[in-house]
Write a protein that binds this ligand. Structure first.
Ligand SMILES: [Zn+2]
Length: 461
């Protein structure tokens, strides 16, 4: 085993009735997690997980409801009642996993193989640790009859990875919102970093950017390739792509990213710290941004609404001037960005009436950042410090998109979590990677983290 955790320093939460013997639960935690990985729940097969979860939950007297737009892609919801003095807490995880290329795997991707201290398998990171931790939390709440101020709602949702037909969170929010309405939610979207054998950093996801993609469409006069025309659609499109691709959109920090950069400014090498500090000072921010653009594209993206050309389409033949040419821009907007105004700004940057901006319908709603001064964030911060002693807790804004957007858009304060991994593992065995794996030693403290947050925020005071 490469990674050791200080087991004995973790005490059960003071508020819960009855204490949890984590050592004796290890086998059950591991086996339920492995059971979930063994179910091939690639898109279209999520009901396999729902059937498993229903059996386990109902087997212990927790009623469930199955919510399905597509019977093969069902969602499952379960609720443990509190005394109603506070609004509910929602713990959710998606059941679907991305596909596999079997020839890339050293082991069967759906057999939850244990090797070298790791559990290997599709979904071992994304999102079955969260699903297993949420399931264990529900079972323990019931077994220990923990008195609750809030209902705790469990949601296993389908179609997070590829929900073109809206079978998952979109369907549940639209048709069954009453089943999941809550003050707070917790799901994937955060994580923890292991350095030198211990967890040095815990990130809590509090915000995400909004995909707000557009097509640039240039039009001109078609003609023979032997006779040049200055209204050639490709020339106009190419100029527009160059301009938006190099456009330095304004830097704007929000509570999450400000706290993030303030915190990382106190970590890392002296030169990294200097860059982050310079970012927070308007006098030096420009130079610091340029450094970050080279060294850390993801952090650079946290500073601004980003515009990235990703697709080009033009032409029908080598000797034909086409009448239209198109580019797709992957735009990721900061929370709170006025997107119509942003498109108008972009039109000014392009400054060419031959090029039109056509927004592509959005797959997710705009969502505000969740608060850093909420009871939930405070509990998560405290629990993180207890489970991972000495770790720095940082809020983070994802530059990607997740199902938290739908929840935040409905007014739920939603927070992202994830099990710990090393930088090396995060790079070489990531979510969606050719091969996915999680250190077994990361699983147990993660389940405990979820349990302590849930009992901390929902347990009777
Ligand atoms: Zn996921």
């Amino acid at each position: 085993m490469l990674i050791a955790f200080a087991q004995s320093t973790v005490a059960p939460p003071a508020r819960s009735s009855g204490s949890v013997n984590w050592q004796s639960l290890r086998f059950e935690i591991l086996e339920r997690y492995r059971d979930l990985i063994r179910l091939d729940t690639t898109a279209g097969h999520e009901t396999r997980a729902v059937d498993y979860l229903r059996k386990v939950l109902e087997g212990e007297g927790i009623p469930t409801k199955t919510l399905a737009l597509d019977s093969a892609r069902a969602n499952l919801v379960a609720r443990i009642k509190g005394n109603g003095s506070k609004r509910p807490l929602l713990i959710l995880a998606h059941t679907d996993v991305v596909g596999v290329q079997r020839d890339k795997w050293p082991v069967d991707p759906f057999d939850a193989v244990m090797k070298d201290g790791y559990v290997w398998g599709r979904g071992s990171k994304d999102d079955k640790p969260v699903l297993a931790a949420n399931l264990m939390t529900m079972l323990l709440l019931k077994r220990l009859a923990v008195p609750l101020d809030r209902d705790v709602i469990f949601l296993a949702e389908s179609g997070e990875e590829a929900d073109l037909t809206g079978v998952g969170i979109n369907f549940v929010v639209r048709e069954h919102f009453g089943e999941i309405d809550a003050e707070f939610a917790m799901t994937e979207g955060g994580g923890a970093l292991i350095e030198n054998g211990r967890v040095s950093r815990v990130t809590i996801g509090t915000a995400e950017k909004l995909p707000a993609r557009v097509r640039l469409v240039a039009t001109g006069t078609a003609g023979h390739g032997s006779a040049p025309r200055m209204d050639n659609a490709i020339i106009h499109l190419a100029a527009a792509v160059e301009k938006v691709g190099r456009w330095e959109t304004p830097m704007r920090l929000n509570d999450t990213t400000r706290r993030y950069f303030e915190t990382v400014a106190g970590m890392g090498t002296p030169s990294e710290a200097a860059t982050y500090k310079a970012l927070l000072d308007p006098a030096t921010a420009d130079a610091a941004q340029r450094k970050l653009r080279e060294a850390s594209p993801a952090e650079y993206s946290m500073l601004r609404t980003s515009v990235v050309p990703t697709l080009l389409q033009a032409g029908v033949g080598m000797n034909v001037i086409p009448s239209t040419a198109e580019a797709t821009l992957d735009i990721r907007a900061l929370p709170g960005e006025d997107i119509q105004k942003f498109y108008a700004e972009m039109a000014k940057v392009i400054n060419d009436p031959a090029v039109k901006i056509e927004p592509i319908p959005m797959s997710r709603p705009p969502s505000p950042a969740s608060r850093l001064d909420s009871e939930m964030y405070r509990v998560m911060q405290t629990v993180a410090g207890r489970i991972y002693p000495g770790a720095t807790v940082i809020p983070s804004m994802s530059t990607g998109a997740s199902d938290q957007a739908q929840l935040r858009a409905k007014g739920i304060q939603s927070y992202g979590i994830g099990p710990a991994s090393t930088e090396d593992d995060a790079v070489n065995y990531p979510a969606h990677g050719d091969v996915e794996r999680l250190a077994e030693a990361s699983l147990y403290p993660f389940v405990q983290y979820v349990w302590e947050v849930v009992t901390g925020i929902a347990g009777r005071n």
